[in-house]
Design a binder for this molecule. Structure first.
Ligand SMILES: O=P(O)(O)OC[C@H]1O[C@H](O)[C@H](O)[C@@H](O)[C@@H]1O
Length: 536
């Protein structure tokens, strides 16, 4: 076996009772047999078409020679700069697979015009672009594809020589790509997006970028037998039991840190898997990805947190709540282990881990905004070059500065269960420093603080924020780009789309009664410095 889990639980009796029940019910072996009844009758229809991930370590093998041959062909033509256009489950796994392999993959998972333009202008002559979308209907991915097609055509390069598509058979993207003469890889439709790491979605971009995808499948294969066994030493069963049991007693935040893992970005992949799988029906586990096991929220932690470290340098676990885990193993093993653990935690919590019922609401609100049907928000006030918007009902009258508005938002935090979500709709490379406000706000509030880049997080923690427990307060940051960019043959620009996404998501959260504050910067020059006083 090449993955291990060490656990601490303040209520050992409850954890053991959960484990005993899962073993008696044959849950691990049932998942391996793709038994769709394990999550109750309401989840059965969805589960029946979402469980093929259990055997991908063998089922995806046939793709490897074709991917390797394409990589060699592209390299022979000098095409060695691999870009991936895709959101959520279509980009988070290849991002961490390439990080672990030490190979470059340029992940374009944004509708920020500066971010998109920079990716296109970086090295057009050597770029090969993988466009990945399971549904084939995600607007970000479609917009990025259009921008690349235009850039190639303008440079007199045939897009069919440069664009590779990964999608489900029969999707609108599959049809359009086939008609355009693009190379198309089909993924297994019986695997949901966030469980698709070992399908074509994970291994096509990673393999083209130079990762050893055959070794990755071997790593997952090596842990498979252990994960399929109904015993207490099954690491997936143990981790799922711990997370599910803790959530049931109100310890429902999972603070995640790398402990010397050569794939620190695994936290972002786990974040999507756990948040989107469990955050629904006002229940769920909130993943809080932190910078290290020394960062605020880990030290000090809060009583409603399970501390989880992944990687070989196991810290001594002494969480305030007494719940924690250290997960070690190769990357391929961790991917499969976490999929089992999440599906098992879902059963313990009592939700369907394979749907995402609240993601669509933000998309619909953004569409309405772009169509001119959504109400345009009125600013609460302007402070210097920051325009401030607030959802109704919580901002005290007379608030006139950004500092006061942030203070008022944080005053809304529930001291026992609350969390802060910072959501930055900016260029995550150029503005990377802004992420440091997470730690500062965690220190200041003593509560869990998440940081997400929009629209990336909408396809990850977005489901939890709208479908999970209503305990969050939301701080959105938007800005005026250096230059806007048209989305070819669409009636909106990238900046209009990005703004509609922020406003639409904020509106859905506000409609649920959650406090939302949006700080809109007149320029994106040094957002960290300019918001420093308010957020520090
Ligand atoms: O792969 P796509 O169909 O483009 O979907 C990308 C993402 O879209 C939505 O946000 C889903 O909730 C995610 O689970 C999915 O990963």
């Amino acid at each position: 076996m090449s993955a291990g889990v060490e656990l601490v639980a303040s209520d050992k009796g409850a954890l053991e009772a959960t484990l005993d029940r899962l073993i008696a019910d044959g849950v691990a072996s049932g998942i391996a047999r793709q038994d769709s009844t394990l999550w109750g009758p309401a989840a059965e229809e969805e589960s029946a078409k979402r469980l093929a991930w259990v055997s991908l370590s063998s089922a995806s093998r046939h793709l490897v020679p074709e991917i390797m041959a394409l990589r060699d062909e592209l390299r022979a033509q000098g095409l060695d700069h691999v870009v991936l256009c895709g959101m959520g489950g279509s980009s988070l796994a290849p991002e961490v697979i390439c990080e672990a392999a030490g190979v470059d993959l340029d992940v374009l998972d944004s509708s920020d015009p500066d971010f998109v333009r920079t990716a296109i202008e970086k090295d057009l002559a050597r770029s090969v672009v993988v466009v990945s979308s399971k549904s084939g209907g995600t607007v970000e991915t479609d917009s990025q594809k259009r921008a690349w097609e235009k850039a190639f055509t303008d440079a007199r390069i045939d897009p069919a020589e440069r664009i590779v598509v990964v999608t489900d058979p029969g999707s609108p993207l599959s049809e359009a790509a086939t008609a355009a003469g693009y190379r198309v890889f089909h993924a297994d439709p019986a695997v949901g997006g966030r469980y698709s790491a070992l399908t074509a979605f994970g291994i096509v971009p990673s393999g083209l970028a130079g990762a050893d995808i055959s070794a990755l499948l071997d790593e997952a294969d090596a842990v498979r037998a252990a994960l399929e066994t109904d015993t207490a030493d099954n690491p997936g069963l143990a981790l799922g039991a711990l997370l599910g049991t803790a959530a049931r007693v109100g310890v429902d935040k999972m603070v995640l840190a790398s402990a010397g893992a050569p794939y620190a970005g695994l936290g972002d992949w786990i974040e999507q898997l756990v948040a989107e799988s469990t955050g629904k029906d006002s229940l769920g586990i909130l993943p809080v990805v932190v910078e290290s096991t020394e960062a605020p929220n880990w030290q000090p932690s809060t009583p409603d947190s399970v501390l989880v470290a992944y990687g070989p340098k196991a810290p001594v676990l002494s969480p305030a709540s007494g719940w924690g885990a250290v997960v070690d193993g190769s990357l391929g093993a961790q991917l499969l282990l976490w999929e089992y653990a999440t599906a098992i935690a879902g059963r313990v919590i009592g939700i369907n881990p394979f749907d995402q019922p609240d993601v669509e609401s933000a998309k619909a609100a953004a569409r309405a905004m772009l169509d001119g049907g959504g109400a345009q928000p009125e600013p609460a006030f302007v402070d210097g070059d920051v325009t401030v918007y607030a959802s109704p009902g919580w901002l005290p009258e007379g608030t006139a500065t950004v500092v006061e508005a942030v203070e008022a938002l944080l005053a809304q935090l529930d001291p026992q269960h609350g969390y802060v979500a910072v959501q930055a709709y900016l260029d995550r490379h150029r503005d990377a420093d802004l992420a440091m406000v997470r730690g500062r706000l965690a220190e200041r509030t003593g509560r869990p603080v998440t940081f997400g880049w929009g629209p990336r997080f909408l396809h990850s923690t977005g489901q939890y924020h709208k479908g999970g427990p209503a305990t969050g307060v939301y701080l959105q940051v938007t800005g005026q780009p250096e230059a806007d960019l048209a989305v070819p043959d669409r009636p909106f620009t990238f900046h209009e789309f990005l703004t509609a996404q922020a406003v639409g998501d904020g509106q859905v959260l506000a409609d649920k009664g959650q406090p939302v504050l949006r700080l809109h910067l007149a320029s994106t020059d040094d957002p960290t410095g300019r918001l420093g006083e308010a957020l520090g």
